[in-house]
Design a protein around this ligand. Structure first.
Ligand code: KG4
Ligand code: ZN
Length: 368
């Protein structure tokens, strides 16, 4: 067994500024989180109903130093005793990614430590290795505000994309729905709270792409369907009642949960067929994994498919730097690990290099 290493992780690719110190043995599952500091920016973006990239980048630049300092203090490890600095170098909002990369490079220049560039999605995908010491391969459903994909995690640097959204991510759909219904930001928790008081059967929302084979998903039409129902009610009754709003939220949430559940069922079946593994696990990450209905439906689906459903603690499902530090440890365990590799900030960086670009991913190819 190799030596244990201690890594400082830095994350700033979206709207959370985070730093963490994690210890583990490269190549061996299961790590120890010595500290994990997350400074959210929800207050800064709430008025806009979504993340404003320029505001996010500036806030990261202002907060990174303090987060790093707090993470080191809390861990009781001095910068001099850190083995390497792992930083998210993509994909994400480029201003934030650059803030993090510059900050990591400055720390490295001052301390003489190596810097490891980490793919943010690899951080999410490898989290079950950190928390539960899972063996490869396992299936991962990543559902956040910016991403939605099924990934077969074959190794620290080997990912197969089994399907994903062709337009909006579910978190984005929750956020837009909340905005349409004059609820707060972020929308997911608000819509979930309203939905608890609503009748999910009153409105018949579509289940997009269920008629198409495979694991690809689409969520943007759902938001349009909701807007149409809202406008119809407003024309009919010149306004929405509290009950109308709750019923809309409940119907919308159930539609998202149904699509995620059915596509996850297909992903499980396909994973089992491809990998013929006895330890069939489906893990989730991303903020949407906080949703109780979605969790319950996925747990039931997993049971029926002979899979174990695994959800890391919520603070490790959403954006954090412990997952980035851990991904750094995993990188160090690779035979071709190069501590001197050049770190470049990449707004687009698909996890699966062989996957075909998704619809809407533009001329430059897949974003993630
Ligand atoms: O993973 P995350 O913290 O950030 C990234 O997008 O990377 O996910 C945030 C997203 C937001 O869109 C938020 O509305 C959604 O997760 N979310 C939820 C819930 N809690 C957060 N969506 C549905 N139900 C929830 N309880
Ligand atoms: Zn994320």
């Amino acid at each position: 067994m190799g030596h244990s290493v201690t890594i400082l992780g830095i994350e700033s690719s979206c709207d959370d500024t985070a730093a963490a110190v994690v210890r583990g043995v490269p190549g061996v599952g299961g790590g120890e989180i010595l500290s994990s500091i997350v400074a959210g920016q929800e207050d800064l973006h709430a008025a806009f109903g979504g993340v404003v990239p320029e505001i996010a980048a500036r806030a990261h630049a202002e907060r990174l130093d303090i987060c790093v300092q707090r993470a080191l203090e809390k861990s009781g490890v001095a910068l001099a005793d850190i083995d390497a600095i792992a930083v998210t170098s993509g994909p994400g909002l480029i201003g934030g990614v650059i803030s993090g990369v510059m900050s990591a490079k400055a720390l490295a220049a001052g301390s003489g430590k190596p810097v490891i560039g980490i793919n943010h999605l690899a951080g999410h995908a490898l989290t079950p290795r950190l928390t539960n010491g899972l063996e490869f391969p396992y299936l991962m459903l990543l559902v956040s505000g910016g991403h939605c994909q099924f990934i077969a995690v074959e190794g620290p640097d080997s990912f197969k994309r089994m399907g994903g959204t062709i337009d909006d991510a579910p978190g984005e759909a929750f956020d837009k729905t909340a905005k349409l219904l004059a609820l707060g930001y972020p929308g997911g928790p608000e819509v979930e709270r309203e939905a608890a008081k609503g009748d999910a059967k009153r409105f018949k929302f579509p289940r997009p792409l269920l008629d198409r084979k495979g694991c690809d998903m689409s969520f943007s039409g759902l938001k349009t369907a909701l807007r149409r129902e809202r406008d119809r009610i407003v024309v009919e009754k010149s306004g929405l009642t509290v009950q109308d709003r709750s019923d809309l939220c409940a119907g919308f949430q159930l539609a998202i949960a149904d699509v995620l559940t059915e596509k996850s069922r297909r992903a499980c079946a396909s994973f089992k067929q491809t990998y013929k593994t006895n330890t069939a696990i489906i893990a989730v990450a991303g903020g949407v994994a906080a949703n109780t209905l979605i969790r319950t439906q996925l747990t039931d689906m997993a049971d029926a498919q002979g899979f174990t459903f695994l959800a890391p603690p919520l603070g490790l499902c959403t954006d954090n730097a412990a997952m980035i530090a851990w991904a750094g440890i995993e990188q160090m365990g690779l035979p071709d690990f190069d501590p001197n590799a050049e770190i470049v900030a990449r707004p687009r960086w698909p996890l699966d290099r062989d996957a075909k670009p998704m619809l809407g991913s533009g001329k430059k190819g897949a974003k993630a």
